[in-house]
Write a protein that binds this ligand. Structure first.
Ligand code: GLU
Length: 283
């Protein structure tokens, strides 16, 4: 691991940034400064249907408005497909990927009401039982296919996995957490619409960019289970993790693009300045 701390802020350009993003970016910036390190901006645009160039431009503009600076060039995940395919091939060579042709409805029906930490139905491994002939038949018919990680088999190779969380100084108390990837079921590694997934891309790119500290909201704490497992299987280093508080709206819900939360540009139009944002967020 390089000695210089490198953090990252990694938004997805599928909407305008809101106060939750501002908080995350400002925490990353503050902590990188405290550590005497740097942070990188990464655009997580694997989702071709939802990512828009206009949102990428808006991310740059909003972060500049907040007074933040980052090194160029900015990595966009959309140009990294070859690296993700190589990583998926590595998992496949370990015998850990299998094709799955199930629809959302199939998965919901098969899950018996079992849900993962995000509340989504857990996939019970239906397609693991498919014969080679059935798989070839489905592929020949061009049935939409996704590739899943056989988590049980993967854990036989890894044994118990942990990750370390740290709090920004002066609190800096490392805590060890046991990863529990099995609570997510056989997670998707290559989606139907793109030969990667959030989990695979994030793990590959954190290693590619030598990220030493991953700082993200508490809503992404549980998925670290999967990230640590992938890091082990792909022989990639596991960074330190920090999960910061979430910024809530007046109804005490997490701010989100899908809920139409007030964006930074709305606030700017209302006369907020970068100072107002910082004061509001206590940074
Ligand atoms: N791109 C993700 C998001 O906007 C965050 C990525 C991460 O911190 O791992 O929610």
């Amino acid at each position: 691991m390089p000695s210089e701390p490198i953090l990252r802020f990694a938004p997805s350009p599928n909407g305008f940034l809101h106060l939750g993003h501002a908080y995350s970016a400002l925490v990353v910036d503050r902590w990188a400064n405290q550590l005497g390190g740097n942070w990188l901006l990464r655009i997580e645009d694997i989702d071709e249907g939802r990512s828009k160039p206009a949102f990428v431009e808006a991310i740059f503009e909003d972060l500049h408005w907040l007074g933040l600076k980052w090194p160029e060039p900015v990595l966009k995940q959309s140009v990294r497909q070859a690296a993700y395919k190589r990583a998926a091939a590595q998992l496949d060579a370990l015998g850990l990927l299998y094709p799955c042709f199930c629809s959302r409805t199939d998965i919901r029906d098969a899950s018996n009401g079992q849900t993962d930490p995000d509340g989504a139905p857990i996939y019970p491994g239906t397609c693991k039982a498919l014969s080679k002939e059935e798989i070839s038949h489905n592929l020949r018919q061009n049935q939409p296919v996704q590739y899943r990680l056989d988590v049980g088999k993967a854990l036989e190779k890894t044994g118990m996995l942990t990750f370390t969380t740290v709090q920004p100084t002066p609190l800096d108390r490392p805590e060890i957490t046991y990863a529990r990837p099995q609570r997510w079921g056989d997670t998707v590694i290559q989606r139907k619409d793109t030969p990667t997934s959030y989990h695979l891309s994030v793990v590959v790119d954190d290693a590619h960019q030598n990220i030493t500290h991953v700082v993200r909201g508490r809503d992404l704490e549980a998925v670290t289970d999967i990230h640590v497992l992938l890091q082990f299987l792909l022989s990639l280093p596991t960074p330190l993790y920090t999960f910061h508080k979430l910024i809530l709206d007046d109804e005490k819900s997490k701010l989100s693009k899908s809920r139409g939360s007030t964006t930074l540009r709305d606030l700017r139009e209302k006369g907020w300045t970068a100072q107002t944002v910082r004061a509001h967020l206590g940074i």
